[in-house]
Design a protein around this ligand. Structure first.
Ligand code: GUN
Length: 302
């Protein structure tokens, strides 16, 4: 039987209704508009697309957005100086430095310069540490989006075996930190696999929920998935496609056509995790503004 489709695009729409009401409450209480600044260094085509989608969504929701574009040759210090300026800008509640950065820019130092109070990506070590000990302030957007998707589609990870494939700081590690906590919609047994994991198919076949975040097109095949698994595909890979006017198409880390024959439910690419990542960035920016002004709003995970 074909798997149920978990549409991030549809779930994001309900999230946006919730976010719009929170923006209205902020305006009513303190007359402020949440503000997000995005720094893009260089002209990586995928990063340009993501940044455009993020700023467009800010405009749509009525979030103030500042878009800083620096040349690919920008120095490490130039990026640091821009981050420091934004740290001191009272109109800005969230700062995001789009990754990857060119090699002359020290990613860790730059991310650590972002004020933890404006770190809407949740990548600052202080925020990562707080997430690991179960006291999060900002949760990285992609794993937070996956968590919300699982909750909203009725596939709570509680008591389940979740297998994550990919150990990045952006997805794999924070996803692990979220799902192992002793909290509602978490309480999972979590296995974090990666490129050096031995006997990977044997492990993925034990998953109730399988999260693929390894960045390799069609890496998860049907032989790696037991029937009835809920499959979340984080990958957005460009592969050559001469039949497409742009010359490429986007595919996930999962062989969708084959795996969807065995899975209980599956997220598509595009239209799955991607829209949820953007929705969670908006959520974190609003949360930052609420926190600054002492406003407590119900979370999307309540
Ligand atoms: N590059 C790919 N995903 C992300 C993300 O979630 N945040 C940032 N800043 N860069 C990224």
């Amino acid at each position: 039987m074909a798997a149920k489709l978990i549409s991030g695009k549809e779930i994001a729409k309900t999230v946006y209704e919730h976010l719009k009401s929170r923006i209205k409450i902020i305006k009513k209480i303190c007359g402020k508009t949440p503000g997000l600044a995005v720094i893009l260094v260089g002209n990586n085509p995928a990063s340009q697309v993501y940044v455009r989608m993020k700023t467009k969504m800010c405009e749509k929701l009525g979030i103030l957005s500042e878009h800083i574009e620096l040349a690919g040759s920008a120095s490490h210090q130039e990026v640091i100086d821009n981050v420091k300026k934004l740290n001191n800008n009272n109109d800005i509640d969230g700062i995001l430095v789009q990754l990857p950065l060119p090699s002359q820019c020290g990613e860790n130092i730059i991310l650590n310069t972002i004020s933890p109070d404006k770190d809407v990506d949740g990548f600052h070590p202080e925020n990562m540490g707080n997430l690991l000990i179960g006291k999060p302030k900002f949760i990285p957007c992609t794993p937070l989006g996956i968590w919300v998707m699982l909750k909203q589609s009725g596939y709570s990870p509680e008591g389940k075996h979740v297998v994550i494939v990919g150990r990045s700081n952006i997805v794999g590690k924070p996803m692990f930190s979220i799902l192992c906590q002793k909290t509602k919609y978490a309480n999972a047994t979590v296995t974090l696999c990666h490129s050096r994991t031995k006997n990977l198919p044997e492990i993925t076949k034990t998953a109730d929920i399988l999260i693929a975040a390894i960045g390799r097109p069609h890496f998860i095949t049907k032989e790696m998935v037991k029937p009835g698994t809920v499959v979340v595909d984080v990958g957005i890979n460009r592969v050559d496609d001469s039949s497409s006017p742009r010359g490429y198409k986007l595919v996930g880390d999962v062989d969708f056509d084959e795996v969807s024959k065995a899975a209980e439910a599956i997220t598509p690419v595009p239209g799955g995790v991607g829209p949820m990542t953007i929705a969670m960035l908006m959520n974190n920016t609003i949360l930052s503004c609420e926190t600054k002004h002492g406003i407590t709003a119900p979370s999307i995970l309540d």
